[in-house]
Design a protein around this ligand. Structure first.
Ligand code: F6P
Length: 557
C-alpha cells in the first residue's frame, strides 16, 4: 500500500531539499522585486547587514530573504557545523587524507589568551617561532645582519609560490603605505620562469640582499629553480661560494628543518612551522616574515590580532550573526541552489590588487573537489570558479559582458571607507575626491549588478540605452580603513568561510591531490626537453610530441 502523502513528504524532507524548492520560488522573482522598496524592504536590508569591528558586510543585494537565512542555518546545523567547528579548533584530525589537524589559528593565538583544549601545544610552538622570527627581523632593522661581504641588509627577496607567496605578497601590497613601513625593501618572486628574479638581479645590490626561501615542503621546483638562480647570482657577483651565501644571506622557512639543513641554511636562520598549517593558510606563520621585515613586527602582530579576533567571533557567535558562517552559506546558496557557476571578487582599492588571486587559491584549492569525505562523489556544484580584478579597472574591461552579456555571476565588492594620506593639503584634497569617486563607482556598480535597468534613475530614463540585465547577486564588504587588523580579520573571514563550506559539502578542504599529477608530468617532460630526444621518449599523445619537436627544433636553431 502506498504510504500517505504526508509520510512521503516527511521522508523526502531535508533542509537541502527545502532549500532547493525555496530557490525555485525566489528565482521566479527579479532581484529588484526581492530587494523592494518601502519600510519592509528597509527592514530586510537592515537585517542582512552586519558589522564586526572595522568590517561591515552587507548581504542585502543577495537573492535571499530572512527565511532563506533561517533555512540555510538549519541546513548547516544538519551538517553538524557546530561540532565540526569545535573539532577543528580542538586540533582534531580534520584533514584525514593527510592524517593531520589544521591549526593555522594557533599561529595567531596571542600569548595572553588561553588556547582551546587541544590547541595548547600548537599555540606554544607557534609563539616560540614567532619570537625567533621577531629577533631576526629586529637584527635586520637594527642594521646588525651582515651579508657575506660584511654589508648590512637593505633588501629582502622572498622566494615562494602559492601559499608561500600569495598571502605575504597581498599584505605587503595592501599595507605598503603605512607610516610604520621600515626602510627594508621587500620583493616577491614566485614564477618558475625567471621573469621576476631577472629584473631584481639587475637592480638590487647583491651585497645587501637577503633571501627568504619560503616553502612548506621545501621540494617545490618553482621555488628551488628560482633559488638556484639567485644563489648563482649572489655567488658570482660577490665572488664567494654558494655555501657561504647560504650561511649569510639566506633565511629558510619550512616545515622540513632537515631539508633546510641539507640545503646549507644554518639552524639559526631557519624558521619552522608544522604540517598542521596548510600552505594556503600559512601567512600567519613565519611564512609572513617578509611582511614583518617590510612593515615591522608590531604591524605583523596587529595583522594576527585581526585574524584572531575573527577566530573568536567564529567560535563564539551564534550562526545567525556569525560572519564566516553567513558568507559561506550565502556562497553555497548561490552556487549550489541558484546554479551560479562563477564568483567574481572586485576590490575597489588598488592596494588590494592581489586579493582575488589570494582568494582563488584559498577557495579553489580547498574546495575545488567533488569527492566527499565519505569517498562518494558529491552530486551538485561545489566551489564556484573564483576570479576578479581591481574593480575600477575591471569596469573598463569585463563589465560590459556582466551588464549586457548572457552569464549570471555572484560577486563580492570590497571597498575601503577611509584613507589617511600624508601629503600637502592640495594633494590630500585631490586624493579625497578620488576616494569619493571610487566609492561612488563601487556603490553604483553593486546597485547595477543587482538591479540592472531598474537602477537607472527616472531622470535619466530615455537618455540611457537600456538592456542592463542586473540580477547578479552581490555582497558588499566594507573596511573602515585598510590597516593590519582589518585585513587580518578579512582574510580570516574568508578562511573560515572555506571551512564552513567544506562542512556543508562534506569535503576535506585541507589537501590538494589535484595538483600532484601536473608536477609529475612536468618532471618527465623536463627530462624529455633536456634530452632533446623526443622520438625515443614515451610521450603519451601526438599533440604534445609535436609541440616538443617544434620546441627542440627552435632551441637547436
Ligand atoms: O600548488 C600546490 C601547493 O602545494 C600549494 O598548496 C602550496 O601553497 C604551494 O604548492 C607551494 O608549496 P610549498 O610551500 O611546499 O613550496
Amino acid at each position: 500500500m502506498d504510504a500517505p502523502l504526508s509520510a512521503v513528504n516527511q521522508r523526502l524532507y531535508t533542509p537541502a531539499n527545502e532549500l532547493a524548492v525555496h530557490a525555485m520560488r525566489l528565482q521566479a522573482q527579479s532581484l529588484r522585486d526581492l530587494i523592494g522598496n518601502g519600510p519592509t524592504a528597509k527592514q530586510r536590508a537592515k537585517a542582512l547587514a552586519f558589522t564586526f569591528g572595522s568590517l561591515h558586510v552587507d548581504f542585502s543585494k543577495q537573492r535571499l530573504t530572512q527565511k532563506t537565512i533561517a533555512l540555510l542555518i538549519e541546513w548547516a546545523r544538519s551538517c553538524g557545523i557546530e561540532a565540526r567547528r569545535q573539532a577543528f579548533f580542538a586540533g582534531e584530525m580534520v584533514n584525514p587524507s593527510e592524517q593531520r589537524a589544521a591549526l593555522h589559528m594557533a599561529a595567531r593565538w596571542p600569548e595572553t589568551a588561553t588556547p582551546p583544549a587541544g590547541m595548547e601545544y600548537a599555540a606554544a610552538f607557534c609563539q616560540q617561532q614567532r619570537a625567533r622570527m621577531a629577533k631576526m627581523v629586529k637584527r635586520v632593522h637594527a642594521g646588525e645582519w651582515f651579508g657575506a661581504t660584511g654589508q648590512t641588509i637593505t633588501n629582502i627577496v622572498h622566494i615562494g609560490v602559492g601559499g608561500s607567496d600569495l598571502g605575504p605578497k597581498l599584505i605587503s601590497e595592501s599595507l605598503a603605505d603605512l607610516p610604520s613601513s621600515t626602510k627594508v625593501g621587500v620583493h616577491y618572486v614566485s614564477t618558475m620562469d625567471g621573469s621576476q628574479i631577472l629584473p631584481l638581479m639587475e637592480r638590487l645590490n647583491p651585497a645587501t640582499t637577503l633571501i627568504v626561501l619560503a616553502s612548506k615542503s621545501f621540494t617545490t621546483a618553482d621555488t628551488h629553480f628560482n633559488a638556484r638562480t639567485v644563489l648563482a647570482w649572489l655567488s658570482s657577483a660577490l665572488e664567494v661560494d654558494e655555501a657561504t651565501i647560504c650561511r649569510y644571506q639566506l633565511i629558510g622557512v619550512s616545515s622540513k628543518p632537515e631539508k633546510m639543513t641539507t640545503f646549507g641554511i644554518p639552524e639559526s636562520h631557519q624558521l619552522v612551522f608544522k604540517e598542521w598549517i596548510g600552505g594556503r593558510f600559512s601567512l600567519w606563520s613565519p611564512i609572513g616574515i617578509s611582511v614583518a621585515m617590510q612593515l615591522g613586527t608590531e604591524c605583523f602582530d596587529a595583522l594576527l590580532d585581526g585574524a584572531h579576533a575573527m577566530d573568536r567571533h567564529f567560535i563564539d557567535t551564534p550562526l545567525a550573526t556569525n560572519l564566516p558562517a553567513l558568507l559561506a552559506l550565502v556562497g553555497a546558496w548561490n552556487c549550489q541552489f541558484l546554479n551560479i557557476p562563477t564568483h567574481v571578487v572586485l576590490p575597489y582599492d588598488g592596494r588590494l590588487k592581489s586579493l582575488s588571486a589570494y582568494l582563488q587559491q584559498l577557495e579553489m584549492e580547498s574546495n575545488g573537489k567533488k569527492i566527499g569525505l565519505d569517498g562518494r562523489s558529491v552530486n551538485h556544484a561545489t566551489c564556484p570558479i573564483m576570479w576578479g580584478d581591481v574593480g575600477p579597472n575591471a569596469q573598463h574591461a569585463f563589465y560590459q559582458l556582466l551588464h549586457q552579456g548572457g552569464h549570471t555571476v555572484s560577486a563580492d565588492f570590497v571597498a575601503v571607507a577611509t584613507r589617511e594620506v600624508n601629503a600637502p593639503d592640495k594633494v590630500q584634497e585631490s586624493l579625497a575626491s578620488q576616494e569619493q569617486l571610487t566609492l561612488a563607482n563601487c556603490l553604483a556598480q553593486a546597485q547595477l549588478f543587482a538591479l540592472g535597468d531598474e537602477a537607472i534613475p527616472v531622470a535619466l530614463k530615455g537618455q540611457i540605452a537600456q538592456g542592463y540585465r542586473g540580477n547578479h547577486p552581490n555582497s558588499f564588504l566594507l573596511l573602515k580603513q585598510l590597516d593590519p587588523w582589518s585585513i587580518g580579520a578579512l582574510l580570516a573571514l574568508y578562511e573560515h568561510k572555506v571551512f564552513v563550506q567544506s562542512v556543508l559539502w562534506n569535503l576535506n578542504p585541507f589537501d590538494q591531490p589535484g595538483v600532484e599529477l601536473g608536477k609529475q608530468l612536468a618532471t618527465s617532460l623536463y627530462q624529455t626537453l633536456a634530452d632533446k630526444s623526443v622520438e625515443q621518449e614515451n610521450v603519451e599523445d601526438p599533440s604534445t610530441t609535436q609541440l616538443l619537436a617544434k620546441l627542440n627544433d627552435w632551441k637547436k636553431a
